[in-house]
Design a protein around this ligand. Structure first.
Ligand code: ADP
Ligand code: MG
Length: 693
């Protein structure tokens, strides 16, 4: 198949495009003619007819034509030039805040002009501010546009007129048929997808009768056609990545039960059904000769750690090491404590590595890892530095990977690779990921869900309360502590600045110490040294503190079963997923737990809606779906994760219904390597290397 494509023709092939313009176009991610054609208008203007002035309403945008009835300077709050324009049906005011004497002269009474602009209600009734205008001659009929006028996303130095000219030229090439149709005809028929060339042409120059509303919503079949192909390209690219990993060998980790059995017997509880199911899925993966890539989603408190431990033990049974990585020192340390308490009685050695570990101690751990005397290694990112070499790494467990970017996730696969063999990889996350996103951003992973909480948990009672009732809240905290409960008080700030957040937490801690002088109050925030944080967390865990004032650093994973009340200040500023994570810190024991969402009045409509979701459900998946609906995938996944998720045309949420079809078509074309590569190349082109780090 030949794909002499427009992608091979640089924009500089167009008349009038030199190095300077080429550079500016790069800012719009436009390097070649195909890029130019995939740079779609964000909206359209209708300049296809002249509208009678008398029929205009505020908000209308369009072409009008009439005779100037006088132009004056109006004083008022801001000096402006006011021009009255009249046609046979009515009058309207054109207002200019920036104008020259020459302009005023040109707009003399009796002059005929044609204008384009948006109608609004101004000081003199209907007005248009700064319309585009030009003089017309009454004796000649000036032509109107034949198609809707595209409005493109622009950048400095590249205006609409220029983009229109460039796309016009690129569309000329299209006539020659050089934008190759990549979706095979029978599939296009089957899924009713219009031909690519038609779709592109339509979107750049829609006919007069086009449904503008549908276009604006991105729901036109032509837009869907492009979105479909783009989603397909992403899907195929992830599939390719996954196939490539599959072709790598992996250590065979056969389960013997040698360690898993005694481990399960010594646990003070039986596994839940969901834990058993997921553990079995992992166990089956580990005994395959290619690397496992599995994402385990389980709500906070669903017991992911035990499942990870079982996987690690199977690696050890198979004669390999397992590494367990957490995103923060607090979490890594908690895992270290769990794993060593569980596993050392079985005769296993657990090594520990974090940034704060220095000197001889660090050296000792590094040696245990390198010579294989430690079978399990727990730590932070420190585990993946060059100085760390594993004797024989068979499994990598990444906990709470939402804190790690897609990039890191992919890079990790390379670490620990030996003789073309890659370690198995297990990723655990407490942030439920809506199905739409697992089908796209995570299409390279298998997914398991721990959809059941251990028995005996009472769901957290969530109360939404205004901060005008702060005194009552403080009273409630006092009562709870007197009953022997422990309380979290979480401070948030709208500013991203960590410094300000920490400052707010300090102030709050001070205030609470004054108000509740008999309580033991601790403070933890992101600017404290890791050792300091660990110490505070440890004393809270040991119930030496009644109340812990914190920033959102406690969000992930920290487990203190006796903590049963949480106050969250300004919850309206946090994403739902984050609130859900925070709330998951309570409700881990058997006493009834409370979460007080203390908002700052007044709440916006959306704010009210969001907090209502928190009050109504503790189901992480429902919350995640709602979050996606309210905030979009970029926010839900975290910006660092969207590297692979920047789409030119598609919108994960709007086009979610296409994903099932995309998956089917991906299966139908997968055999054809050349075609698959062409589709990926067209949409990911320059970005594909990124996906294969
Ligand atoms: P998460 O999924 O949030 O990481 P953890 O693994 O930290 O959850 O488990 C939360 C708590 O539940 C821990 O104290 C753990 O010992 C306990 N736990 C885990 N599995 C069970 C179970 N099957 N029955 C009872 N308690 C369990
Ligand atoms: Mg956990």
């Amino acid at each position: 198949m030949s794909i002499l494509s427009l992608a091979q023709l640089p924009v500089t092939d167009l008349k009038g495009v030199g190095a300077a313009l080429e550079q500016k176009l790069q800012k719009l991610d436009i390097q070649n003619l195909q890029d130019l054609l995939f740079h779609l208008p964000s909206r359209y203007q209708d300049r296809t007819r002249v509208i009678p002035i008398g029929s205009l309403r505020p908000g209308d945008e369009g072409v009008i034509e009439g005779e100037v009835k006088g132009t004056d300077i109006a004083m008022g709050r801001r000096r402006s030039m006011v021009c009255r324009l009249q046609d046979g049906t009515g009058t309207i005011t054109l207002r200019f805040f920036h104008f020259s004497a020459a302009q005023k002269n040109n707009l003399k009474s009796g002059v005929r002009i044609r204008c384009f602009g948006e109608v609004r209600t101004g000081a003199s009734g209907l007005e248009i501010y700064h319309p585009e205008y030009r003089r017309v001659d009454e004796s000649v009929i000036s032509p109107v546009e034949e198609s809707l006028t595209p409005i493109y996303p622009t950048t400095e130095g590249v205006n609409q007129a220029r983009l229109r000219m460039l796309t016009e030229a690129a569309l000329g090439y299209l006539e020659a048929g050089s934008l190759t149709e990549l979706i095979p005809e029978p599939l296009r028929q089957q899924w009713r997808l219009p031909p690519l060339n038609d779709a592109v042409k339509y979107l750049h120059r829609p006919p007069v009768e086009a449904d503008q509303e549908q276009l604006l919503d991105g729901l036109h079949p032509a837009q869907r056609r492009l979105a479909f192909e783009e989603l397909l390209a992403h899907h195929l690219s992830l599939q390719k990545l996954r196939n490539r990993t599959r072709q790598q060998g992996a250590p065979l980790l056969t389960s013997t039960g040698q360690y898993c059995q005694p481990f399960l017997e010594q646990l003070p509880f039986p596994l839940t059904g969901a834990q058993q199911r997921v553990a079995a899925e992992i166990s089956a993966d580990l005994s395959q000769p290619y690397p496992m890539l599995r994402l385990v989603q389980g709500d906070v408190g669903s017991g992911k750690t035990v499942v990870a431990a079982l996987a690690a033990l199977q690696a050890v049974e198979g004669g390999f090491q397992a590494a367990v990585m957490a995103p923060t020192e607090i979490l890594a340390e908690q895992h270290y404590i769990n794993f060593s308490t569980w596993l050392e009685p079985l005769g296993l050695k657990v090594a520990w590595l974090a940034g704060k570990l220095k000197g001889k101690k660090r050296q000792a751990q590094l040696e245990m890892i390198a010579d294989g005397s430690a079978q399990i290694v727990v730590g932070t990112h420190a585990l993946f530095q060059d100085e760390v070499s594993f004797a024989n790494l068979g499994l990598v467990v990444v906990d709470e990977q939402h804190r790690f970017g897609v990039h890191q996730r992919l890079a990790l696969r390379e670490k620990g690779r030996q003789d073309k063999r890659s370690p198995h990889q297990l990723i655990m996350t407490a942030t439920p990921i809506p199905r739409t996103l697992t089908m796209s951003a995570y299409a390279d992973l298998d997914c398991s869900v721990i959809d059941e909480l251990p028995p005996g948990r009472t769901p957290v009672n969530t109360v939404v309360i205004s901060d005008q009732r702060r005194a009552e809240v403080v009273q409630r905290v006092q009562d709870a502590c007197h009953q022997g409960r422990q309380v979290y008080w979480v401070c948030t700030l709208i500013e991203e600045s960590e410094a300000l957040q920490c400052q707010a937490a300090e102030v709050t801690a001070e205030e609470l110490r004054e108000a509740l002088s008999e309580l033991r109050i601790g403070l933890i925030h992101g600017r404290m040294k890791p050792a300091e944080k660990a110490e505070i967390m440890a004393s809270y865990k040991a119930a030496e503190l009644d109340l812990l004032v914190a920033t959102t650093v406690i969000e992930v994973g920290v487990d203190v079963p006796n903590a049963s009340v949480m106050i969250i200040e300004n919850p309206e500023r946090l994403g739902l997923a984050q609130l859900h994570q925070l709330r998951g810190r309570v409700g881990r024991g058997s006493v009834e737990s409370f979460c007080l969402l203390m908002y700052h009045a007044p709440l916006s409509q959306q704010g009210r809606e969001r907090l209502a979701v928190m009050r109504e459900t503790t189901d992480g998946f429902r919350i995640a779906e709602k979050d996606l609906e309210l905030r979009g995938p970029g926010e839900v996944l975290g910006t660092r994760q969207t590297g692979m998720m920047s789409f030119k045309v598609a919108d994960l949420q709007r086009d979610a219904d296409l994903l099932t079809r995309v998956k089917q078509v991906a299966g139908q074309v997968a055999e054809d390597v050349e075609l698959t590569d062409a589709i990926i190349q067209r949409w990911l082109g320059r970005d594909e290397q990124y996906a294969t780090v």
